[in-house]
Design a protein around this ligand. Structure first.
Ligand code: NAP
Length: 268
């Protein structure tokens, strides 16, 4: 049995992870950490009866409980601190928290060079990993691309980590090919500031929608001469992220250093 601790255990994703881990026959939930729910029963907060009876307010409970793998679904600033703590304490990490920028990820890469490994993925849904791979394959063949990402109304960061990672990979694929620059933006007069969205790597435009009723969705629109191609992924339930999270928990100890995204774990 692999011993697992969950950070952010009282959050929306943390609750889903506690449930998934406690239902997996080869995994044992040994610690649940979330300052906002410290001292409360895991059963009451997450409906999980297996595992620790109480949610802890301190990350120290990870080593006290002998956890081998930590799963982090918290907020970016906390996740960065948690990642460093895990590297210092030799505990492997699966991190799904978004909002970590390039500089932070470079720091994480340095921390996880010897004592422990980390898998950091902005999206653990298998369909989202396939979507990103498709976008990468399309990038050399299209003239221009825009990304619309749509999320629930409690999401704290924008644009989404998934959109940033998708665009980073598209831009890398574009640069590796002989395709040249993207078609220029024709906008001369942005009548309302922000109408064209934010510009990510390569100047690719990304538009963030936040609405009640949504969970996590992304549509990529690719423009070619006289035609467009759209690729869309929809997560309708947090259950969509769990197969990827469980896969990463099972594999992280075999993947040296920092692994970004699910692609390598899926052989994509
Ligand atoms: P959430 O409901 O706000 O949950 C985050 C929880 O972490 C909150 O209870 C928060 O407490 C707690 N927390 C804050 N600092 C902490 C710390 N130092 N130690 C332990 N817990 C701490 O958010 P969510 O919807 O679950 O999303 C969490 C993260 O996962 C976000 O970054 C989101 O974008 C990301 N996400 C990733 C995927 C993926 O597949 N990778 C999928 C969905 C969401 P407070 O409320 O007191 O801050």
């Amino acid at each position: 049995m692999k011993r697992v601790a969950v950070l952010g255990a009282a959050g929306r994703m943390g609750i889903a992870v506690c449930t998934a881990v406690s239902g997996a026959p080869d995994l044992e939930l040994v610690a649940a950490v979330d300052p906002v729910a410290a001292g409360r029963s895991l059963g009451e907060v997450a409906g999980v009866l297996a595992g620790p009876s109480e949610i802890s307010g301190s990350i120290d409970s990870v080593t006290q409980a002998g956890a081998e793998v930590v799963v982090d679904f918290t907020v970016a600033a906390a996740a960065l601190e948690n990642l460093r703590w895990c590297a210092e304490h030799g505990v492997h990490v699966v991190c799904g928290t978004t909002g970590l920028d390039e500089r932070s990820l470079e720091a994480v890469r340095g921390w996880f060079s010897s004592s422990a490994n980390a898998v950091v993925a902005p999206n653990f849904a298998i369909g989202a990993a396939l979507m990103m791979r498709c976008a990468e394959l399309c990038a050399p063949f299209i003239l221009a691309a825009e990304v619309v990402e749509l999320h629930h109304d409690k999401k704290r960061d924008a644009p989404s980590g998934t959109s940033i990672e998708t665009i980073r990979r598209m831009q890398a694929a574009r640069l590796e090919s002989a395709a040249g620059d993207w078609a220029p933006d024709p906008t001369e007069n942005e009548v309302l500031p922000g109408a064209r969205g934010a510009q990510a790597e390569g100047g690719i435009h990304v538009h963030s929608v936040r609405l009640p009723g949504l969970l996590a969705h992304q549509e990529m629109i690719f423009g070619l001469q006289g035609e467009t191609l759209s690729i869309r992924h929809d997560s309708f339930d947090r259950a969509s992220f769990m197969p990827g999270v469980l896969l990463a928990i099972r594999r992280v100890s075999d993947l040296p250093g920092l692994t970004i995204g699910l692609g390598e774990l899926l052989g994509l």
